[in-house]
Design a protein around this ligand. Structure first.
Ligand SMILES: [Zn+2]
Length: 116
C-alpha cells in the first residue's frame, strides 16, 4: 500500500488531541479510564440534591464522551505503530487523505461511513 497519508502529521495531531482530552477528563475529575477520581466536590450540605444529581449525570455523560474519543485516538495511534493506519476497517481501502486530515481518528472511509 502506497502511503499517501502523512502519518507523521496525523500522529502529531492525535498525540496533541489525546493530551487535550486527558486534560478535559482531569478537569471533570476523572482519570484516563473515565473513572471519577473523587477530586470533584459535588456539593455541600446546602446543595439541592436534585441539582447535584443532574450535574453528576451531566459530568458522567461528558466523561463518557471523552473516554470514547480517547479510545478512538489510542486505536488510531496503535494502528500507526502497526502500519495499518489510514486503512478503512470495513472495506480495507485507504481512507481519503482529506478525511484523515480532518478526522485523524477516522476508522472508515467516506463511502463506508455513508453506507452505515
Ligand atoms: Zn471503506
Amino acid at each position: 500500500m502506497t502511503a499517501t497519508i502523512d502519518t507523521a502529521a496525523a500522529e502529531a495531531l492525535l498525540i496533541e488531541e489525546r493530551a487535550k482530552v486527558v486534560r478535559q477528563l482531569r478537569d471533570l475529575g476523572a482519570n484516563e479510564s473515565g473513572e471519577l477520581t473523587g477530586s470533584v466536590d459535588y456539593g455541600d450540605a446546602f446543595a439541592d440534591a436534585g441539582a447535584v444529581t443532574a450535574e453528576r449525570t451531566e459530568v458522567l455523560g461528558l466523561v463518557e464522551t471523552h473516554t470514547i474519543r480517547l479510545e478512538r485516538i489510542d486505536r488510531a495511534l496503535s494502528k500507526i505503530g502497526e502500519g495499518t493506519y489510514g486503512i478503512c476497517e470495513t472495506c480495507g481501502e485507504e481512507i481519503e487523505p482529506d478525511r484523515i486530515e480532518y478526522l485523524p481518528a477516522a476508522r472508515r472511509c467516506v463511502r463506508c461511513k455513508a453506507a452505515s
